[in-house]
Design a binder for this molecule. Structure first.
Ligand code: AMP
Length: 216
């Protein structure tokens, strides 16, 4: 079991937040809160929020703080989050971090650790533009670094693999810029609170071993 289990995963797009979340969830009964996944679901269902978000997501821009913070707040209030949670891709601005702090205080369920996945830009762009996701189960692959056994088909569920529209080179570059401008300040923010753990390792098995050691 992990002692520290209320976690934030911070990192540029392509840093491995989703992949490591998947490995953690396979071993530990935690809630996975990915604002990107929640927003993509809204887009797919063509809700009013989804229609508004789709334009911003396609351009690699952030959805307004109050909108995402509201979604996360509602999710954190659900009982399964008492077993621990991984916030994957939220917060992405200092304002979102403040809104999160207020919500967690109200729920009396404080943060344990903030994991920063630090990866160089060249690797990030190479990963993003070769990334593939399963349409059915969401499993993440990479044509270069983590290919599926049969091209275009998910190993886990047989679903079709596709490239996210915002993983094109152009949008991936603007998402990296957005990360450095708007999200990077969170690193100092959480460092000052003594919550930060920076991971520079890139091998996923080694990252898991490190996290299990640090969070035990
Ligand atoms: P992700 O799957 O985490 O890379 O998110 C995909 C896109 O969803 C981002 O490029 C943003 O447009 C939007 N998004 C996800 N999380 C947030 C957030 N915390 N704040 C604002 N926009 C977000």
């Amino acid at each position: 079991m992990l002692k520290q289990k209320n976690l934030i995963f911070v990192g540029a797009p392509g840093a491995g937040k989703g992949t490591i979340s998947g490995l953690m969830l396979a071993k530990y009964p935690m809630a996975h809160i990915s604002t990107g996944d929640i927003l993509r679901d809204e887009v797919k269902r063509e809700t009013p929020l989804g229609r508004e978000a789709a334009v911003l997501m396609k351009a690699g821009k952030l959805v307004p703080d109050e909108v995402v913070a509201g979604m996360v707040r509602a999710r954190l209030a659900q009982p399964d989050c008492r077993n621990g949670f991984i916030l994957d891709g939220f917060p992405r601005t200092v304002n979102q971090a403040d809104l999160l702090a207020a919500a967690l205080k109200e729920l009396n369920n404080p943060l344990d650790r903030v994991i920063y996945f630090k990866v160089d830009d060249e690797t990030l762009l190479a990963r993003l533009t070769a990334r593939q996701n399963c349409r059915k189960c969401g499993e993440i692959y990479n044509k270069l670094f983590m290919p599926s056994k049969v091209e275009g088909i998910c190993d886990k569920c047989g679903g079709e693999l596709f490239q996210r529209p915002d993983d094109s080179l152009e949008t991936a570059k603007s998402r990296l810029e957005v990360f450095y401008r708007q999200t990077r300040p969170l690193i100092d923010y959480y460092e000052k609170q003594g919550l930060l753990l920076t991971v520079t390792e890139t091998d996923k098995e080694r990252i898991m071993a490190l996290l299990e050691r640090e969070l035990a």
